[in-house]
Design a protein around this ligand. Structure first.
Ligand SMILES: Nc1ncnc2c1ncn2[C@@H]1O[C@H](COP(=O)(O)OS(=O)(=O)O)[C@@H](OP(=O)(O)O)[C@H]1O
Length: 326
């Protein structure tokens, strides 16, 4: 594998001596592609990402109005970023041609804390993100960001997705990034690692539960959304998001079609058809690879009944008693 092709979160070229020493003391394993991972504060990361997490925890200073969009990878992050940007930008009266979503990928507009910003240093230049509110994103679990954000009234939105669709989306993405055909042996090794909890940002259920419990404890600070509900009732869910962020749609906006405008702008079909999303890269990943089918239940086309049973049993057991269901 050509290391230059990898995204910065997965490589291991940004690690300080101090973090190397930390990593050497942590549980570790090597993934099926030969990339080294370690378990830091209960979550599995590639080594560069640990550096990003450590730098974030050391240096990030939240502002009261900050918005943090959190997710497990492949759970609807790109969509949530686009919707949040569109909700916030609607008051700025854009003409049809100068909306930020028309000239950049949602990941270019909303940076990831632990890869894009904090991977090189604990004091990155955030001046580019000075407009209010600042919007950042993360795949870190809540326990990794809690200490840094707990005294701030900033808001956190989490999007969760059914584990089986998340897994299939990851599989597609891994193959797309490596420019190879969908390959069942890759799916099988990813499946194993998902089930064992050793997948990137896993265990998957711990990630979900951290935000789920956080949202129950402090619903004004943490909004828990589900990809499936966003697909099933987009108008209700986007209004829920806008209300939570403190940018509710007015009655007039609802009547003049503004909610549908935002939804249409952020639809998979619209975003994936934009020139900016057909070309270009962010963090060594092609914009186009962030968009695929966006269907609920696509896993049925790929997982065997045995795989389905196994993963269902694990998730059922892990989420038991939490009140969280998919
Ligand atoms: N606008 C919009 N609407 C609905 N669904 C969308 C949208 N944009 C991306 N997607 C689908 O989300 C899946 C990618 O997940 P993420 O965006 O979380 O990926 S990432 O973590 O940011 O890499 C991936 O799902 P799958 O199609 O199931 O692979 C994308 O197709």
């Amino acid at each position: 594998m050509d290391l230059k092709e990898l995204s910065s979160g997965v490589k291991d070229d940004k690690i300080s001596e101090e973090t190397k020493s930390l990593i050497s003391s942590l549980p570790s394993h090597t993934d099926s592609h030969g990339l080294k991972m370690c378990k830091y504060q209960g979550c599995w990361y590639y080594h560069n990402t640990v550096q990003g997490v450590v730098n974030f925890q050391r240096g990030f200073q939240p502002q009261d109005t900050d918005i943090i969009l959190a997710s497990n990878p492949k759970s609807g992050t790109t969509w949530l970023k686009a919707l949040t940007v569109a909700i916030l930008e609607r008051s700025r009266n854009h003409s049809s041609s100068n909306h930020p979503l028309l000239s950049d990928n949602p990941h270019g507009i909303v940076p990831f804390l632990e890869f894009d910003l904090y991977i090189e240093s604990s004091s990155p230049d955030l001046s580019k993100y000075s407009s209010v509110p600042r919007v950042f994103s993360t795949h870190m679990p809540l326990h990794a960001i809690h200490e840094t954000l707990k005294d701030s009234p900033c808001k956190i939105v989490y999007v969760a997705r059914n584990v089986k669709d998340t897994l299939i989306s990851w599989w597609y993405f891994r193959c797309a990034v490596r420019k190879i055909e969908l390959n069942r042996s890759i799916l099988e090794s990813m499946f194993k690692s998902f089930c064992e909890g050793t997948f990137f940002y896993g265990p998957y259920w711990e990630h979900l539960l951290s935000y789920w419990r956080g949202s129950l404890e402090d619903p004004k600070k943490i909004l828990f959304m589900k990809y499936e509900e966003m697909k099933a009732e987009p108008r209700a869910q986007i209004k829920r998001l806008a209300d939570f962020l403190g940018y509710p749609f007015t009655k007039e906006e609802e009547e003049n079609g503004c909610v549908d405008e935002v939804l249409n702008l952020c639809s998979l079909r619209n975003l994936s058809g934009l020139e900016v999303n057909k070309t270009g890269k962010v963090n060594n990943m092609e914009h186009k690879d962030f968009y695929r089918k966006g269907e609920v239940g696509d896993w049925k086309n790929y997982l065997t009944p045995e795989m389905e049973n196994q993963i269902d049993m694990i998730i059922q057991e892990k989420l038991q008693g939490s009140g969280l269901k998919f």
